[in-house]
Design a protein around this ligand. Structure first.
Ligand code: UDX
Ligand code: ADP
Length: 459
């Protein structure tokens, strides 16, 4: 079959895989190829055991793989054949040199630009999908034009706003699609080409266009605002615990103001995920680079409150359990950074578990999807850890439960049965406020929610 366009995506990760699967699903007239340097990852995309867990993803991949969606390691061929190249390689926080711990590590990004430059023989539209520091497109343009002068490249920014766990819904019905370009005739033409791709399923009024820099910066700012809401509500939880106010009641009262809105006000043990911390630090770094110290400090506060919240959670556990956790068995309910994903990047569970191990607690970690990643994350941690998928089995003989991910299954457990199998006194630390605290207290648990008075039988 003849396809209208060849679309390539470099980087088959959490962003590239689902996004391009959706494009292939909605646009049978295009041939979509996703390439990666990691052959195991590509093998899994070509198998029944996809490398990422995302509700609804399996069905979409099954429907289009081999029809107009292909996964491959042949990057060179992919580049040669493509009209449009999405780049969604990883851009982690730098761990070395200038800007270590703050700035984005652009080595994978630059390597990709060099590969495109090397193999491209015809004009290409290059689309930044990965989240990048503002002005990266300029660096990309310079890199692409450095030697290969006869091929024209047009760089667009099209940040992805999907959230894990709801990626398929977010891709199918996005709040908006943002496309940034140069405002030159060729930039506007390339922008229009990308608009036409999304217009296959996204209403036109939801496709927003802007200049390149606004688009790059908007992604960082959107994530910073979302994270800021969580840090704002989390900062109030400690005050609630001191004053007998209840954070759920406060969040409801505040969120019903339509100017504020009620979403993203769930108090928690802290936010995780690959984006929030990384993007804020990136924003902070850029602000400092331009000498905007006050602005940088303001946004850095969002990350500081998040660190404080995770530490506070551990200290609350320690205080409640008579100031010693040594030798106590603690069951961790949920290791993923949020429900409905197996992803554990920056999960608050990593921090909490490491701190509990430092206190010499023994850990039994349970999670329906994230145990494989949990094992990797705690590979080097010292102490006794076991990994048990079944929550009833995991909790038997434990002194305490710490709920760190808001998986639905934890709401539905038979806590009477669980209480019977645990050591007494029993503690529950609900880091997500998802359980029925009064009911648990009546069973006999000592219950410690976030931002609410504890319910305890201890005098
Ligand atoms: C986020 C953005 O939502 C998305 O638009 C962007 O493209 C990538 O970053 P993601 O990290 O997948 O998505 O998940 P998100 O749902 O935003 O949750 C991030 C973290 O915040 C999770 O740890 C979650 O548990 C926590 N959270 C979220 C809260 O603690 N309270 C809330 O009210 C909401
Ligand atoms: P994200 O959450 O942004 O999608 P991931 O880490 O899940 O990030 O995915 C990024 C993917 O990009 C990884 O599978 C990695 O192997 C791939 N990758 C990194 N550099 C290159 C490159 N030069 N060529 C092709 N793929 C790359």
């Amino acid at each position: 079959m003849e396809f209208e366009k060849n679309i390539l995506c470099i980087g088959a990760g959490y962003v590239g895989g689902p996004t391009l699967a959706m494009i292939a699903y909605k646009c049978p007239q295009y041939k979509v190829t996703v390439v990666d340097i990691n052959p195991e990852r590509i093998a899994r995309w070509n198998s029944d055991n996809l490398p990422i867990y995302e509700p609804g993803l399996d069905e979409i991949v099954k429907a289009v793989r081999g029809r107009n969606l292909f996964f491959s390691t042949d990057i060179e061929r992919g580049i040669r054949e493509a009209d449009i190249i999405f780049v969604s390689v990883n851009t982690p926080t730098k761990t070395f040199g200038a800007g270590a711990g703050m700035a984005a590590d652009l080595q994978y990004w630059e390597k990709t630009a060099r590969q495109i430059r090397q193999y491209a023989e015809s004009p290409k539209i290059i689309v930044e999908k990965s989240t990048l520091p503002v002005k990266t497109a300029h660096a990309m343009e310079r890199m692409l034009q450095a030697t290969n002068n006869h091929v024209h490249f047009e760089v667009l920014s099209n940040p992805e706003f999907l959230a894990e766990g709801t990626a398929i819904r977010d891709l199918e019905y996005p709040d908006r699609v943002l496309i940034g370009s140069r405002e030159t005739p060729s930039g506007l033409k390339a922008r229009q080409e990308l608009v036409e791709i999304y217009a296959n399923w996204v209403p036109r009024e939801r496709i927003i266009t802007s200049n390149l820099w606004s688009s790059e910066l908007s992604k960082l700012v959107a994530n910073a605002f979302l994270a800021q809401r969580i840090s704002s509500i989390n900062s109030i939880t400690s005050l609630c615990e001191k004053t007998d106010a209840d954070i759920t009641e406060v969040a409801r009262a505040v969120g019903t103001d339509s100017r504020i809105g009620d979403k993203f006000l769930n108090a928690s043990v802290g936010f995780g995920g690959s984006c929030f911390k990384k993007d804020i630090l990136n924003l902070v770094y850029i602000c400092r680079y331009y000498g905007l110290e006050e602005v940088a400090d303001y946004w850095e506060g969002v990350v500081k409150i998040n660190d404080y919240q995770k530490e506070r959670f551990v200290l609350n556990m320690l205080t409640a359990m008579f100031n010693t956790l040594a030798g106590k068995r603690i069951c961790i309910f949920g290791f993923a950074f949020k429900a409905n994903t197996g992803d554990t990047r920056e999960s608050p569970a990593i921090f909490v578990c490491k701190r509990l191990l430092e206190e010499r607690a023994e850990l039994v970690i349970s999670d329906p999807k994230a145990l494989e990643n949990a094992r990797e994350d705690l590979q080097e941690a010292q102490g006794k850890i076991s990994y048990v998928e079944d929550p009833y089995e995991a909790v038997a003989g434990c002194d305490a439960i710490a709920v760190l991910t808001e998986w639905d299954i934890y709401r539905q457990l038979d806590f009477k049965k669980i209480y019977g199998s645990m050591d007494k006194p029993c503690f529950i630390f609900d880091g997500r406020n998802i359980l029925d605290h009064r009911g648990l207290f009546e069973i006999g648990f000592n219950v410690f929610p976030i931002g609410k008075p504890p319910l305890t039988h201890l005098k």
